[in-house]
Design a protein around this ligand. Structure first.
Ligand code: NDP
Length: 256
């Protein structure tokens, strides 16, 4: 009975930025649990490559090109997909991180970071949530960050941190707004994971990895599958009484 609650057979999941990094692993996790997966990617080739990869694993997958910062395009995608077949799970994973020193941060770095990391979760949550609420069921999982709670060293990208903090509060407020409709809204707040997003930080500073290992109680970075497992839990009926939860997956970093 308990293992069955983690199964997603017959459900349909949309994963934004699902073509690489943490998003690709989330697409695999929900697909392995039985969901059909829509990879909503900015770059068409990345989406198509991910679709082929998931299909080779026996997962029902389809890539769709989208820029999640465009509210009209998001509304259109939600309408089209729901017309074909209801979307049960939305994972707002698309994100960017641009590291700059505070006083040298260009205006557009702030604007773009807020658009992709925070505004898009609102647009997607509102548009997909609308269809879910009508049907009386659904699960939305936002990918926040431990940077939404704490200032990190040695890099302290303020727009990124502000965007993730906003996303955490959006998660809680959306959860309360939708709680009576049968739609749950939660977030996962990962610690550092080695992906294309964090590779430049590691490459730019030979001490970066050792510094992180030292500051993390578990002494290592996260693997993408460790983030995807947390998403799978929140997306599934195993988390049927969780809404407004921010599930931190950071090897203990924020517990010091
Ligand atoms: P990656 O840079 O590897 O992947 C980011 C994904 O987001 C890509 O698929 C990218 O698409 C997509 N994306 C970016 N902008 C848009 C857009 N406008 N529209 C649609 N898709 C877009 O990052 P990670 O896998 O590392 O990060 C995934 C999430 O996890 C992010 O939200 C990030 O903030 C969060 N996170 C990551 C941590 C880490 O240490 N890596 C730690 C904590 C949180 P494309 O390939 O087409 O560019």
């Amino acid at each position: 009975m308990y293992l069955e609650k983690f199964r997603l057979d017959g459900r349909r999941a949309v994963v934004t930025g699902g073509g690489r990094g943490i998003g690709l692993e989330i697409s695999k996790a929900v697909g392995e649990a039985g969901a059909s997966v829509v990879i909503a990617e900015l770059d068409r080739d990345t989406g198509c490559a991910a679709e082929d990869r998931l299909k080779s694993l026996g997962i029902d997958a389809m890539a769709r090109q989208i820029d999640v910062t465009q509210p009209d395009a998001v509304a259109e995608l939600a309408r089209e997909l729901n017309e074909e077949c209801a979307v049960d799970i939305l994972v707002n994973n698309a994100g960017i991180a641009i590291v700059t020193d505070f006083l040298d941060t260009p205006d557009d770095v702030w604007t773009r970071t807020m658009q992709v990391n925070s505004d898009a979760a609102f647009w997607c949550g509102r548009e997909f949530g609308r269809h879910m609420a009508k049907r009386g069921a659904g699960s939305i999982v936002n990918i926040g960050s431990m940077c939404g709670y704490v200032v990190t060293k040695p890099h302290n990208p303020i727009p990124y941190m502000a965007s993730k903090g906003a996303m955490h509060m959006t998660t809680k407020a959306m959860a309360c707004a939708l709680a009576k409709t049968g739609v749950r809204v939660n977030a996962v707040a990962p610690g550092y994971v080695e992906t294309e997003m964090t590779r430049p930080l590691r490459d730019s500073n030979p001490d970066w990895l050792a510094c992180w290992e030292e500051m993390t109680p578990m002494g290592r970075l996260a693997h993408t599958h460790e983030i995807a497992s947390a998403v799978l839990f929140l997306a599934s009926d195993a988390a049927s009484y969780c809404t407004g939860t921010i599930l931190t997956v950071d090897g203990g970093y924020t517990s010091w």
